[in-house]
Design a protein around this ligand. Structure first.
Ligand SMILES: Nc1ncnc2c1ncn2[C@@H]1O[C@H](COP(=O)(O)OP(=O)(O)O)[C@@H](O)[C@H]1O
Ligand SMILES: O=P(O)(O)OC[C@H]1O[C@](O)(COP(=O)(O)O)[C@@H](O)[C@@H]1O
Length: 304
């Protein structure tokens, strides 16, 4: 079974505000609300691909209730731990440019963490775990590192997607997969990563420095770079105007896991992953399997 862990879920409130003006009364022309947070998005996209997963993490209040009931309506199983405060609301403004305001997490208690550790300690080497998203302020930035150490002791495959200090720490535990976007990679090495050449350079350093088998550097409209034992691949789709790129990175992660678990070739894995990310970027909300399959036919995959 694939388990996704979202320590900091959110209700995503995505609003279209043409010509958004700071300091004025603005009105939305269209809006969407859906359950969010990186692991939850991975579970939702896996479900669209026809793959089962179980969503874990912390939820609370009316927003937490909305997330649980929406996942249940979508037939996604979850075992969330209830916390005292309300799950955050993240606002995504799509106007002439895209802006995001991500809320703060409710407090997570020591008992809450113990419950999650108990859930993870019941997993076996047949399972895999996706650790994704930011770490709530009340938890140590080393939490993913500690979880990966525990999971690796049992030979459980760990997929990681986080940023900043939590990423830096978690890498020390040697996850099997990591997907920074090029900004996150730049922050990790305190360097500029804007071109594919720079991504190859720092992505290769990441593999060597932390011994991660599967490194994907996502480059938004430029697709993604996949660095693995067998070589280096770049996959991208022909340029098109994105409609809403919220969740595109998480969709890429879901597409990667879906194809990786089928033990497909590296070319097929990264092509499917990028097609999934881009299909979400070209949709108003999240991609469907049909949209992914359509984009797969247009994919350009190059070996370096
Ligand atoms: N403008 C775009 N055009 C086509 N695909 C996109 C676009 N933006 C994002 N994507 C797809 O989503 C993936 C992840 O996007 P990216 O912005 O790099 O990550 P994140 O959402 O994590 O910041 C890209 O590798 C690509 O497949
Ligand atoms: O935990 P963080 O880093 O605040 O990110 C959470 C936000 O990112 C998302 O998971 C989307 O991430 P991506 O656009 O990178 O795929 C939203 O659903 C959520 O609001």
């Amino acid at each position: 079974m694939i388990y996704t862990v979202t320590l900091n879920p959110a209700v995503d409130y995505v609003i279209e505000v043409p010509h958004f003006k700071e300091g004025s009364v603005n009105r939305t022309s269209r809006e969407w609300k859906y359950p969010g947070g990186k692991g939850i998005n991975v579970s939702r996209v896996l479900q669209r691909m026809g793959a089962e997963s179980r969503a874990l993490g912390f939820v609370g209040g009316f927003t937490g209730g909305y997330i649980e009931s929406t996942l249940s309506k979508e037939s996604i199983t979850s075992s969330f731990i209830q916390v005292e405060g309300d799950t955050r609301i993240n606002i995504k403004i799509s106007g002439d440019t895209e802006s995001e305001i991500n809320g703060a997490s409710p407090e997570i208690s020591a008992e809450n963490i113990k419950e999650l550790e108990d859930q993870l300690s019941g997993l076996t080497s047949e399972d895999s775990v996706v650790l994704a998203g930011s770490v709530p302020a009340s938890l140590p930035k080393t939490i993913y590192k500690e979880m990966i150490h525990l999971l690796k002791e049992k030979n459980i495959t760990c997929y990681l997607d986080t940023s900043g200090e939590a990423l830096k720490e978690a890498l020390k535990a040697g996850p099997d997969f990591v997907k920074p976007n090029h900004h996150e990679l730049a922050e990790l090495y305190n360097a500029e990563v804007e071109t594919m050449e720079q991504a190859v350079h720092y992505g290769s350093r990441l593999r060597e420095d932390f011994g991660v088998n599967h490194v994907v550097i996502s480059m938004a409209g430029e697709g993604a770079l996949y660095l693995h034992d067998g070589g280096q691949l770049i996959a991208k789709v022909p340029p098109r105007k994105p409609l809403n790129s919220v969740g595109a990175g998480d969709s890429l992660v879901a597409g990667f896991i879906y194809e990786h678990q089928k033990q497909s070739t590296p070319e097929d894995i990264i092509s499917f992953a990028v097609a999934t990310g881009s299909a979400t970027a070209f949709s108003e909300t999240f991609c469907t399997k049909e949209q992914v399959e359509e984009l797969l036919g247009q994919m350009e995959c190059t070996r370096l």
